[in-house]
Design a protein around this ligand. Structure first.
Ligand code: NAP
Length: 487
């Protein structure tokens, strides 16, 4: 594709200029993007509302999250220690002589970012993938999501203004629209592309991952795809907090019409009278939920199909469904239940139904709960709702949950992902293609860098981060000890 060829060549040219800029210049650039987005807030939020059906308060909050993410990455590169500089000085007296070796993280090159349908700001054009890639020193080509193409273009206008104001290379960030199977495919296959960020469907993510691995020079695809986020409810907390748990979880299952990758899609517990009470209350809460429009027609159709298929499975019973029937384009909030005996036999029940749907799996005993958890595929999150007495009696369950997901939550809901240094928004396949990384929080930058060791270099030839005098005043490991001073 000749257009994509031009785009990627431009991205590679821009990389030569952008990657070597001083951290302070990139700090100003990221902060300027945030300022430009902020100044366009009204039109951005209005346009996103028209394109995605997401309510204005949610979009306003998401836009704030997006500008905060950009500022967070600006602060990260301002502080500078993220490059993980390590210095081992020479020892000529040793036999054999030890060389001077110095390592740091360097940007990979042009990166392609696929905007997500369910986060028009925070996981799209100027979202976490773009912010982390730019912070690393990589240039970015955004493949805007067709479900919010106008919003994506307007956000890109804000980025362009920042590029001009900060005097960046004009192709530091580029934006393309079009079909995934043509434009998206060509971007991933292009020889100048060095990495890919993606949030979306399992089929889309795995297709792009395979394309990237079939290249002559394979590249990483960091795809965040499919997760049902199991929640384990332990007996003592069910007994003590029956009503509040039902309210809290009905709200989490239906938050944003369930269109979050961390939606609690699986509720696990051992059978008891109090579990029956909890599920009855949860069903009542779900009945009171008003159906809302989903992000776009495709997602609504896919949800309806997935829901109907799930409900048609043997042994499934409805626990609660919105009393008001959904209108055109709306979701049908639903909670269903099944015995663990059937769940263990039917892999279909373990698939993500993206929307306001959750399946309660009723286990005979703790042993069967363990079997269910062992059978599950990789997840973004897993949650445990427990009192101290529960925790004491279920240490093995909690340990098992740690093997399952990137984030383990105690006594909270999985929806709501804090953007911070300690966050892990990732997990074993199929929740993502690479469990070693996160797409949220400052360590998301690690997806766009590679370690490079300089051996025997003169001080004047080294990057600032590795120079003897430590001109950036960053934390480094010098001869195996942390230090923030010069040598
Ligand atoms: P999607 O269909 O995977 O699309 C995401 C992006 O990838 C779009 O730009 C799309 O291009 C592109 N793409 C998809 N398949 C491709 C392929 N085979 N080759 C090249 N590019 C491809 O995701 P979506 O539109 O956001 O929603 C569809 C479904 O994804 C939902 O119903 C839901 O099941 C799931 N989803 C999951 C999450 C999550 O966080 N787990 C989030 C959002 C959606 P086009 O626009 O041209 O198709």
């Amino acid at each position: 594709m000749s257009d994509i060829n031009v785009v990627m060549q431009n991205a590679a040219d821009a990389f030569k200029a952008y990657s070597v800029l001083a951290p302070a210049v990139k700090v100003d650039f990221l902060n300027e993007i945030a300022a430009q987005i902020e100044s366009a807030r009204e039109v951005l939020v209005k346009t996103a509302n028209e394109e995605t059906n997401l309510p204005l308060p949610r979009l306003n909050g998401e836009l704030t999250r997006t500008t905060n993410q950009l500022k967070l990455f600006a602060n990260l590169i301002k502080e500078g220690s993220w490059v993980e500089a390590a210095i081992d000085t020479a020892d000529k007296q040793r036999t054999p002589p030890k060389p001077d070796t110095r390592k740091m993280l360097l940007p990979v090159g042009p990166v392609v970012v696929f905007g997500a349908s369910n986060f028009p700001f925070a996981f799209s054009t100027a979202g976490g993938d773009t912010a982390s890639a730019l912070a690393s020193g990589s240039t970015v080509v955004i493949k805007g999501h067709s479900a919010h193409a106008k919003t994506s273009s307007l956000v890109f206008d804000a980025i362009k203004k920042a590029i001009e104001k900060c005097g960046m290379h004009p192709y530091t960030v580029q934006h393309v629209l079009g079909s995934g199977s043509t434009v998206g495919k060509a971007l991933v296959q292009h020889p100048e592309t060095t990495g890919v960020g993606f949030t979306g469907s399992l089929s889309g993510g795995t297709t792009l991952w395979k394309l990237a691995n079939d290249r002559e020079r394979p590249i990483p695809v960091f795809a965040e795809m499919s997760s049902i986020n199991p929640v384990v409810f332990l007996p003592d907390t069910l007994e003590k907090n029956t009503e509040s748990l039902a309210k809290t979880y009905a709200a989490s299952i239906t938050l944003g019409m369930g269109q979050f990758c961390t939606n609690p899609g699986l509720l696990l517990a051992v059978k008891s009278k109090v579990l029956d009470d909890f599920l009855a209350l949860l069903g009542n809460e779900i009945e009171a939920i008003t159906p809302q429009k989903m992000l776009h027609k495709g997602i609504q159709e896919s949800f309806t199909k997935g829901l109907n298929e799930a409900l048609a499975q043997k042994g499934i019973r409805k626990i609660g469904q919105a009393a008001q029937e959904p209108g055109d384009g709306e979701a049908y909030p639903t909670v269903a239940g099944v015995s663990a005996d059937i769940f263990l036999q039917n892999p279909h029940l373990r698939e993500e139904v993206f929307g306001p749907y959750s399946l309660a799996v009723i286990c005979n005993d703790k042993k069967q709960l363990t079997e269910v958890l062992t059978l599950l595929k990789g997840q973004l999150t897993t949650t445990i709702m427990a009192t101290d007495a529960d925790i004491e009696a279920h240490d093995d369950i909690i340990k098992l949950q740690q093997t399952l997901a990137g984030r383990i939550i105690l006594n909270d809901v999985p929806t709501g992902v804090e953007v911070c240094a300690s966050m892990v928004h990732g997990g074993p396949f199929p929740s993502t293609t690479d469990a070693r990384y996160t797409s949220v929080g400052t360590t998301a930058i690690k997806r766009w860098v590679r370690p490079v060791c300089f051996q025997g270099f003169k001080d004047s030839m080294l990057p600032d981060a590795l120079k003897n005098s430590n001109p950036l005043n960053i934390w480094r490991i010098v001869n195996n000890e942390y230090s923030n001073t010069g040598l």
